[in-house]
Design a binder for this molecule. Structure first.
Ligand code: DI6
Ligand code: FE
Length: 412
């Protein structure tokens, strides 16, 4: 056998759903890499003979390999800070009060319009580094803090650029319909309609023409866009060949998830207020449920997403950071594993699937990453842990040892 790299003295949480073991575990395992892909995976005792002189052999010292982590929902390109709103909320104002008073998303929009690309890149690069240091090898990044053509393009360009400079794959999402921008806001419903026209007729085609987005998203909510407006944006996006997904049922139940299911959305995200009809609809369409415990925690929400129903209907559950300056200023995917278990009562195995296998599916990458199996990309992390549950159980002492991205060893 001639391989580029062999790993021994490891256990592997493959997260392969066809395994009978929890976490798809292979203990006392070995893994071989060739041409950026997993060429062999199994028990160390079964590892075929290979040229030990010509092949780098890495020892895991009894640690665990997992698939590289995937954060499938972030807004990590933004400027400015919303610490002042944090203080207001601590004095009693609600997230919705602040949004209605012209703060919230719109204040970040102002900062993003003023920032140049280099500044945005530098801010975002630090955040991406923080995620990479926790073993994230694929991240989704949304625009949505520009709300005019030039700024939306600028944010997406920065997101695309980040993917070229890092050992992290970046999947980009156009979220032009995140909020109604201030210049349309005074005009009531007519202003919202006019802004949706702009998103559909000008922004989406421009984003697609420059190949800046892989998907489109909408904030479907009472304080943002209604069902009909959401459908207009997502249908147009689909028509242009983008994947679609939706911020739905975060603060109320508008039926966004059923609409998303009908449009074949990859995911519905937040979904605290999702009901059984909505869960059935997304189960039927194969749409993933993206759970965002960071926002739930930070906004001190009390309405839990319908985890038991999602389990019952076998909807793939994803955990993501939703990292953003307003509702989840928490730049940690590992912390989401812990919060997914403590706040949402996921099992540690469900939590880990939520940042690997199911997250890959939500991003349309499940043929390449998210599971360790022969033929998949050699995209994995080595952790100094004695059982995979430790990744969700404890937080703060980073157990990441090494990352391999597309077959390349990236030292942390
Ligand atoms: N839902 C959220 O939680 C974020 N966006 C969204 O549609 C919040 C974004 C922000 O407050 O800046
Ligand atoms: Fe979000």
């Amino acid at each position: 056998m001639s391989w580029d790299q062999v790993w021994i003295d490891i256990n592997i949480a493959t997260m392969d759903p066809s395994s009978n073991e929890a976490y798809g575990a292979i203990t006392e395992a070995a893994l071989a890499v060739k041409d950026g892909k997993i060429a062999w995976i199994g028990k160390r005792a079964d590892l075929p003979e290979f040229d030990v002189l010509a092949t780098p052999v890495y020892r895991g010292h009894g640690g665990w390999l997992t698939p590289g982590l995937i954060d499938a929902h972030t807004h990590l390109v933004f400027a400015g800070s919303r610490a002042n709103e944090f203080e207001l909320r601590l004095q009693g104002a609600s997230y919705e009060d602040i949004a209605r008073a012209g703060g919230g998303i719109v204040s970040t929009v102002k900062a993003c319009r003023e920032a140049d690309e280099a500044e945005l890149f530098d801010l975002a690069r630090r955040r991406l580094n923080a995620l990479a240091k926790e073993g994230v090898t694929t991240v989704e990044i949304k625009s949505g803090y520009g709300l005019d053509l030039d700024t939306e393009l600028k944010l997406l360009r920065v997101a695309r650029e980040l993917g070229k400079h890092h050992h992290v794959d970046v999947v980009t999402t156009f979220l032009g319909a995140h909020a109604v921008p201030p210049e349309f806001k005074g005009q009531g419903e007519a202003g919202t309609e006019a802004y949706v026209d702009l998103v559909v007729n000008e922004m989406l085609p421009a984003v697609v023409a420059e190949n800046l987005a892989d998907a489109a998203d909408v904030f479907c909510e009472n304080i943002a866009f209604n069902l009909e407006q959401t459908e207009r944006v997502l249908s147009a996006a689909k028509g242009l060949g983008l994947d679609v997904k939706l911020h739905a049922e975060q603060l109320s139940n508008l039926g966004g998830s059923e609409l998303a299911a009908r449009l074949g959305a990859k995911s519905v995200d937040h979904i605290e207020y999702l009901d059984e009809a909505g869960v059935k609809a997304i189960a039927h369409s194969g749409t993933c449920a993206v759970l965002l415990p960071g926002a739930f925690y930070f906004l001190r929400e009390t309405k839990l997403p319908p985890i038991d129903l999602l389990r019952h209907y076998q909807v793939p559950m994803v955990l993501a950071s939703d990292f953003n300056p307003g509702s989840s200023p928490i730049c940690s995917t590992l912390l989401m594993l812990n919060m997914g278990c403590t706040l949402f009562r996921l099992t540690p195995e469900e939590a880990l699937a939520g940042v690997t296998r199911n997250a890959a599916r939500a991003l349309g990458r499940d043929q390449r990453v998210g599971v360790l199996r022969e033929g998949m990309e050699a995209d994995f992390c080595l952790w100094r842990i004695s059982t995979p549950a430790e990744l969700a159980y404890s937080y703060g002492v980073n157990p990441l040892v090494d990352v391999v991205k597309s077959g390349k060893l990236v030292h942390q």
